[in-house]
Design a binder for this molecule. Structure first.
Ligand SMILES: Cc1ncc(COP(=O)(O)O)c(C=O)c1O
Length: 369
């Protein structure tokens, strides 16, 4: 058992590190296995590193042209115009600016029970309400129920695809039909933070094609996940100029020129992204097999993480793993009464060696070995 683990760990390193690239290390060098925040263990394109190094000594200038070039590149990739693109430091600010510009007392955001909470919590914090709609029995989206939950006070419908924390991916046709069925005056927000990593990727699953068809639609994307640049902070929103003008009222700054340069390289280096997507699919399949072997239920994962039924309080599991320097995330309940998913937890997809460390400890903690 131990022998086969270290053997697969050695093979895994070959999967984890594509030719010529050794993924970077976090600045906190405490030896922990970090599989809690959906960071990308496989790193980012070496071409971005090269270009950033070359540009470092221009740090005394604002270099707005680099952000401008990034916006043009994103627009041309999407078949849109620069006026349809808003770049921000990570995609989080797009979610926050949306909440800030749309939230007010007497309005609501319709979203899924169990979902990414950044926009929704901020909307509620600023006076609006949240209407949570249960997921279906596969922890996927129930579009009929979402449609029914919309009322005359709804100002936003927020969908995260694939969803966080469940990882479940929507059927693209069902999602597109749903987006176009929402009354025109309501803003639909589709958060595609993990979509590059999903089965079929952006080409099959993105709703960005609908931006030309629907004024009240925002698609958010990030370079933090599939492209492996979480610390560099670059993301963007795609929408109509009218909707982006609403968000601009709360604009708090561009990505740095280094992030903008790195993001351009990430978009150009399609082969590198493809290698990251492959790495994720390989390790995700390994994780599914391990959960199956241990008889642990999980939601079908399509992002950078797996949501699984720990069977003990997730806080207890998180703490026990933390004592072994393995960091995962707890139950991540949103919109459900506390405790409903209290024995579920989310583990990020790390590299193969990290996942083996995790499964080795999980097996012991849950008494499965
Ligand atoms: C679904 C989702 N959207 C948006 C974000 C924001 O990330 P970033 O600001 O790094 O783009 C995250 C971060 O984990 C996320 O999980």
């Amino acid at each position: 058992m131990i022998l086969s683990r270290s053997l697969t760990a050695a093979l895994a390193l070959a999967i984890a590190a594509p030719a010529g690239l050794i993924a970077g290390k976090p600045t906190i060098n405490d030896g922990a296995t970090r599989i809690s925040s959906n960071e990308n263990a496989f790193g980012f394109t070496p071409k971005a590193l090269e270009r950033m190094k070359e540009a470092l000594d221009a740090g005394n200038y604002y270099n707005r042209n680099d952000v401008d070039d990034l916006m043009k590149l994103i627009a041309s990739k999407e078949g849109l115009e620069k006026k349809n693109v808003l770049t921000t430091p990570g995609s989080g600010p797009v979610l926050l600016m949306t909440a800030w510009s749309y939230a007010k007392a007497g309005t609501n955001v319709v979203t899924t029970q169990m979902g990414y909470s950044q926009l929704v919590n901020e909307f509620v914090e600023h006076g609006g309400d949240a209407k949570y709609v249960p997921l279906n029995d596969k922890m996927g989206y129930d579009f009929k129920a979402l449609g029914k939950a919309i009322d005359d006070k709804t100002s936003i419908v927020y969908i995260c695809n694939p969803n966080n924390p469940t990882g479940v991916l929507a059927d693209p046709k069902e999602l597109a039909d749903f987006v176009l069925s929402v009354p025109d005056k309501i803003l639909v927000f589709v958060d595609e933070a993990y979509l590059e990593l999903s089965d079929g990727g952006l080409a099959k699953n993105s709703m960005s094609k609908l931006v030309k068809l629907r004024k009240n639609l925002i698609i958010s994307r990030t370079f933090s996940k599939g492209h492996g640049m979480a610390g560099l902070r670059c993301g963007y929103g795609l929408s109509s100029p009218e909707v982006l003008a609403n968000l601009q009222k709360f604009y708090a700054g561009t990505p740095s020129y280094l992030a903008a340069i790195a993001a351009q390289e990430a978009l150009k280096d399609e082969a590198f992204l493809a290698s990251n997507v492959k790495n994720y699919a390989t390790v995700r399949n390994y994780a599914k097999k391990e959960f199956d072997r241990l008889g642990i239920k999980y939601a079908e994962p399509n992002g950078a993480f797996v949501y699984f039924h720990a069977g003990i309080k997730s806080k207890e599991l998180v703490d026990k793993l933390k004592a072994k320097k393995i960091l995962i995330s707890g139950s991540r309940e949103s919109g459900v009464p506390e405790g409903t998913f209290g024995d579920w937890a989310r583990v990020s997809i790390g590299n193969q060696a990290e996942m083996e460390v995790f499964f080795g400890e999980l097996e012991k903690i849950l008494g499965k070995s």
